[in-house]
Design a protein around this ligand. Structure first.
Ligand SMILES: Nc1nc(=O)c2c([nH]1)NC[C@@H]1CN(c3ccc(C(=O)N[C@@H](CCC(=O)O)C(=O)O)cc3)C=[N+]21
Length: 293
């Protein structure tokens, strides 16, 4: 069993980006500028946005945090988005999800300028991804592809089973793994809440990618020997014995699954940190594309 160390790999990637930022500076070029919009004060969202800002400082990016009230109207948020689209100094931004219920998420994501959509959530970018064109790949799936590549995990002709069909993880992941080239060329099954007898798929999978948000869902008796397991789940489970009052728990029952696996991501320290690194990589790409125009 080998750990796919997302913490270390994300540090490697950030160091690579930092070196490139230094070169840009030495050339007198503008450094990448990323903004994050956060509506309300969800604890997990704050943690994520906080580490994004910290990472920007670490690698020499400019960053802006746009903190908005939980009670902001959809119209006001759309005005803010328009402002960010028109801000020539800004290379890319994300609108942290989920948004409060009174705001139509789809409408907001559609309003983001696709050239600044470093999350890769806009339909134009999602379409480009599916058609194998150059674009911003959604950060979490992109991070998983990067982990597979850096650890030289074989994917061609393998049976990949994705659990979960969310627009930001499961669905794009299923597309990326079936795309031509490496990592990809996989035969993909996309399973979800309406799938019957899911173990029949997981037991026959060479690679399993779980994006469910159900702590410890995948058990050792659901997988075959030698399986590659990617755990996208990050649920805060209350635990009074820990200083923060919770533990971050994945979708995979690590104790029973890891002995049967060839490669496996830990939680925390797996896919999560990779997501942030790839968001930064997308922002670097956004800056490069904008500097050509
Ligand atoms: N527009 C948008 N884009 C996103 O990419 C996006 C989003 N909204 N909304 C929320 C989810 C979640 N997400 C995480 C990223 C990093 C960690 C991460 O670094 N996790 C650490 C643990 C951090 C902790 O202590 O909570 C780890 O797994 O090791 C977690 C979660 C990005 N998301």
């Amino acid at each position: 069993m080998q750990l796919l160390d997302g913490k270390k790999t994300s540090e490697d990637i950030k160091n690579e980006i930092a070196a490139e930022v230094l070169r840009m500076k030495a050339d007198g070029q503008k450094v990448p500028h990323l903004a994050a919009v956060i509506v309300g004060t969800n604890g997990a969202s704050l943690t994520y946005v906080g580490s994004k800002v910290k990472s920007c400082q670490q690698i020499g990016f400019e960053s802006t945090l746009v903190s908005l009230s939980e009670n902001i109207s959809e119209e006001e948020l759309l005005d803010k988005i328009k402002e960010l689209n028109e801000d020539d100094d800004l290379d890319g931004y994300i609108v942290q999800l989920p948004l409060p219920k009174h705001i139509d998420e789809q409408k907001i994501l559609m309003a983001i300028d696709p050239d600044k959509d470093v999350d890769g959530f806009h339909p134009a970018n999602f379409g480009k991804m599916a058609l194998e064109m150059e674009t911003f790949l959604p950060a979490t799936p992109y991070g998983i592809m990067e982990l597979l590549e850096r650890y030289k995990v074989e994917t061609a002709g393998k049976h990949t089973v994705v659990i979960g069909r969310s627009h930001i993880v499961g669905r794009p992941m299923s597309i990326l793994m079936s795309r031509k080239g490496y990592p990809g060329d996989s035969t993909v099954t996309l399973t979800h809440s309406r799938t019957r007898n899911i173990e029949e798929y997981t037991k026959n999978a060479d690679i399993i990618i779980t994006a469910l948000g159900v702590p410890n869902y995948l058990k050792g008796d659901m997988v075959k020997d030698g399986v590659v397991v990617i755990d996208v789940g990050i649920t805060r489970v209350e635990d009074a014995s820990h200083p923060k009052g919770y533990v971050i728990t994945g979708d995979v029952d690590f104790a029973s699954v890891s002995p049967k696996s060839s490669f496996i991501t830990p939680v925390p320290g797996g896919v999560g940190p990779m997501t942030i690194a790839m968001l930064l990589k997308n922002t670097l790409l956004a800056r490069k594309i904008r500097s050509r125009k």
